[in-house]
Design a binder for this molecule. Structure first.
Ligand code: SF4
Length: 91
């Protein structure tokens, strides 16, 4: 009778499964962290945001504008009539 061999096989299989679960968990965390980093916004001051249009450009005509008053890249509330240096015309 050699129960020791079967037991150690069972244990090493469990260790391998556990390692896989840990690796998958780490990958999920890494994905969540990079997503959070991608969603970081810059301050209105850094974007040189102003509450008025500039040369006919305004948030409402910008591809980054998220109605009614948010922006993909700039923190806080932005006006549809505002503007910043990240202005990108809607295509
Ligand atoms: S002009 Fe600037 S603040 Fe306004 S929506 Fe575009 S990127 Fe955002």
């Amino acid at each position: 009778m050699n129960h020791g061999g079967k037991d150690s096989q069972r244990i090493s299989r469990r260790v391998a499964l556990c390692g896989t679960a840990l690796a998958l968990g780490a990958a999920a965390i890494a994905a969540a962290v990079s997503q959070a980093a991608a969603q970081e916004k810059i301050s209105q001051a850094d974007a040189t945001y102003q509450g008025t249009p500039k040369g006919g450009q305004h948030c409402d005509a910008c591809a980054n504008f998220q109605p009614p008053n948010a922006c993909k890249f700039v923190q806080g509330s932005v006006s549809p009539n505002g503007w910043c240096q990240l202005f990108t015309p809607k295509s």
